[in-house]
Every structure is written in C-alpha cells, then in structure tokens.
Design a protein around this ligand. Sequence first.
Ligand SMILES: C[S@@+](CC[C@H](N)C(=O)[O-])C[C@H]1O[C@@H](n2cnc3c(N)ncnc32)[C@H](O)[C@@H]1O
Length: 119
Amino acid sequence: MMMYHEPVLLHESIEALNLSAGGIYVDATFGGGGHSKELLKQLGAQGKLFAFDQDADATNNTISDKRFMLIGHNFRFIKRFLKYYDAMPVSGLIADLGISSHQINVAERGFSIRFDCCT
Ligand SMILES: C[S@@+](CC[C@H](N)C(=O)[O-])C[C@H]1O[C@@H](n2cnc3c(N)ncnc32)[C@H](O)[C@@H]1O
C-alpha cells in the first residue's frame, strides 16, 4: 500500500451520508481508499460501493470485498458505468476532490518542485 493521507473529516463525512445498510454508494475519488474503507465498515452485506479514480496508482489500492468495485476512470463517466452495472439510482455519493498527498510526494510524478529527481 502506497503512502496516502488520512482523509480529513473522515468520520463526519461518512456519517453525513446517513448510510442505509443495503444501499448503493459511490466514492468518486478513491485515492488511498480511506473513505471507501470506512464506508464498507458501515455498509451491510447487501450494500454496494462503486469507487472511481483515474490515477493508475490509486487502482493499486483496491479493496478485496465482494460489495466493492473500483473503476479506474474519470468520474465524469459515473452515470455511464452505473447504468452498465445496473446500479442506478444510488443512495449517496462522496467526492473528496483534488489531488492526494501521494501524488505530490512521489517525485517522479512531477507535481512538486521540492524534489530534484529528474535531472
Ligand atoms: C484527495 S484524493 C482522495 C483521497 C481519498 N478520499 C482517500 O481516502 O484516500 C483525490 C483523488 O481523486 C482523484 N481524482 C481527481 N479528479 C478525478 C476525476 N475527474 N476522476 C477520477 N478521479 C479523480 C485523484 O486521482 C485522487 O486520487
């Protein structure tokens, strides 16, 4: 598992979803999976969670759980994928928008000028 940050307001944001045990949920920005893991803890056996992240590194953090599916695409395609998986309508969606600390802290990715990696 790569270094990802502990999501800010993790419990508060999951609580705000007011989960129903058998509901269908979306994590639009999976990243290190912090929100998804917490959501799965509270979801019942019949619940489903679809997560999206367009960063290939994030897909390495996938969670092995039969209620969970990670889709390695931009979340602008959410509707298309959910229709395909017959998962509409959803009970709730969480989006932790932005980039992750992992993306900044890996020098080779070139997001930060703190590193002198690529000369
Ligand atoms: C702040 S991080 C999410 C952290 C995550 N909640 C966690 O618990 O680790 C944002 C993530 O959203 C992803 N992302 C940003 N824009 C996206 C988009 N349009 N479609 C899919 N993923 C996107 C980034 O690749 C990044 O992994």
